[in-house]
Structure formats: C-alpha cells, structure tokens
Ligand binder design. Structure first.
Ligand SMILES: Nc1ncnc2c1ncn2[C@@H]1O[C@H](COP(=O)(O)OP(=O)(O)O)[C@@H](O)[C@H]1O
Ligand SMILES: Cc1cn([C@H]2C[C@H](O)[C@@H](COP(=O)(O)O)O2)c(=O)[nH]c1=O
Length: 226
C-alpha cells in the first residue's frame, strides 16, 4: 500500500539531496516518478541540492492541482509510480490534501520534503497539513549544527548579521553569505540560541567584547557603581 511520507528538517540538512537520491533509487528499479518543487533557490522548475546535483521539476504554482495533474498523465497513458515533492512547506494545505488523496485512491507513493517551521518558529501551512496527514514524518538523520555545536533545530533569518523576527513568511534565500549587503540570509540554530536571538555574528561580537571586559578595576578613576 502506498504511503504519504514527510521528510522534515531544518534548512541545509540534506532534504533536497535525499529527494534526488530517492528519485534515483526508484528510477534505477524501473519505476516512473514525477518531480515537483516550488520556489527552489536555483530558479523555477528545478530541484537543486547544495551538493551540486539538480534536476528539472514541475513548478508547483498556487493553482496547481496535484490530483488533476496526475490523473491527466494517467489518462494520457503515462505510468506514475511515485511523486517527489520538494519545498513542500510552500504548498497550500489543499495541495497537501490532494497528495493524500493520490496516495489513498491511486496507490501512488508520495515523498514530500520540507522545513517545518519558519524564521519565527511557526509552522508553514503546508508542513502543518503534512504533519497532520502523513503516514510518517521523519526528521533527517544528518544533523545541521548550530554555531555552538549543538544540533540545529530552528531556522533563523539574518540581515546584516542580526537575527530578525518580523517580516514576510516567504523570502527565498540561502544559508551561505549573501552577495549583496542587506540581503536576507538564513542560519540554522539550536533552540537556546534561536530564543536568545544569537546568530553566529552576534555570538562572535559578544565573545570579542567579553575579551576586553576583564579590565583592572583598581585602575578605574571613578569607582564603578554597584
Ligand atoms: N562541500 C560539501 N561537502 C560535503 N557535503 C556538503 C557540501 N556542501 C553541502 N553539503 C551537504 O549538503 C547538505 C545540504 O544539502 P541540501 O540537500 O541542499 O539541503 P536542504 O535541501 O535540506 O536545504 C549539508 O547539510 C551538507 O551535509
Ligand atoms: C526559514 C525560512 C526559509 N524560507 C525559505 C528559504 C529557502 O529558499 C527555503 C528553504 O530551502 P532549503 O532547501 O530547505 O534550504 O525556504 C522562507 O521563505 N521563510 C522562512 O522563514
């Protein structure tokens, strides 16, 4: 029996790489799949991994109906054994429901990949619906790390080195440093540092100022107030 599987994790934990591997392994056994994505960093209608691999994909616009798309392909005589759905956090809840229907009524496997929460730690609507409906939700094993060395569990949005917690939910970007100053970048953090709004730049600055703190109090002309 087919299943709706959600592979979740922070940014940069290998979701798109796994999506490409799942596609490769299924194709290698003669199965036929359709690859979908939405708003991939590399441009429209491509699924790309930071490891350098990428493949053409069907771009999921807001109006795309997965059920109609797959039924049209089957009606035209094409075979469809599985769907790969990357950047699934950006899908609408209705589109996730269409995916569940495809699994249940057409017995087609659906492998969805996405980040669960946004830069404010709030669930994306697509991810919320996936968590509600999926047969399984798996957190990827390869841990992305916070600058402190702990497992990164949250995504932070950073502008000019400072973490921001207000803004549009969707702003496409990367975890690499932006080319243009003032552009949005993302950084993965552990919960502790996400809640303290401590990006690596802020931590570095704090470490530098701590280095200059232990000055000689006796040399101070005015006694410091307590
Ligand atoms: N130069 C590299 N060498 C080895 N692994 C790398 C390199 N660059 C990126 N990666 C791996 O790729 C992962 C990101 O993969 P990607 O599929 O793009 O992530 P996601 O889709 O979850 O954002 C990183 O966590 C890291 O494990
Ligand atoms: C946290 C967060 C992320 N995004 C965007 C940034 C990237 O374009 C994608 C995630 O891609 P990845 O392959 O998982 O690295 O999502 C966003 O729009 N809003 C957010 O809050």
């Amino acid at each position: 029996m087919a299943q709706l599987c959600f592979f979740a994790g922070t940014m940069d934990c290998g979701k798109s790489t796994l999506a490409l591997q799942m596609d490769h392994n299924h194709r290698a056994r003669g199965l036929v799949g359709v690859i979908f994505t939405r708003l991939d960093r590399s441009g429209e209608a491509r699924l790309s991994s930071r490891l350098g691999l990428s493949t053409p994909a069907v771009e999921v616009g807001e109006d795309l109906d997965f059920w109609d798309t797959v039924v049209a392909q089957l009606s035209a005589g094409a075979r469809v054994d599985y769907l790969i759905c990357d950047e699934a956090q950006f899908y609408t809840p209705e589109q996730v429901e269409q995916l569940a229907r495809i699994v249940d009524e057409l017995d087609i496997e659906v492998f969805a990949f996405g980040i669960t929460s946004d830069f404010r730690t709030e669930l994306f609507p697509g991810s919320r619906r996936l968590i509600e409906l999926a047969d399984s939700t798996q957190v990827l094993q390869v841990a992305a790390l916070c600058w402190c060395g702990r497992r990164a569990t949250h995504n932070a949005r950073v502008v000019g080195g400072a973490m921001v917690v207000e803004g549009e939910q969707v702003v496409i970007g990367d975890t690499a440093e932006p080319v243009e100053q003032g552009e949005v970048e993302y950084e993965v953090l552990c919960r502790r540092h996400h809640m303290r709004r401590m990006s690596s730049t802020a931590a570095h600055a704090a470490a530098l100022s701590a280095d200059v703190l232990p000055f000689d109090l006796n040399a101070c002309p005015v006694p410091p107030s307590t």
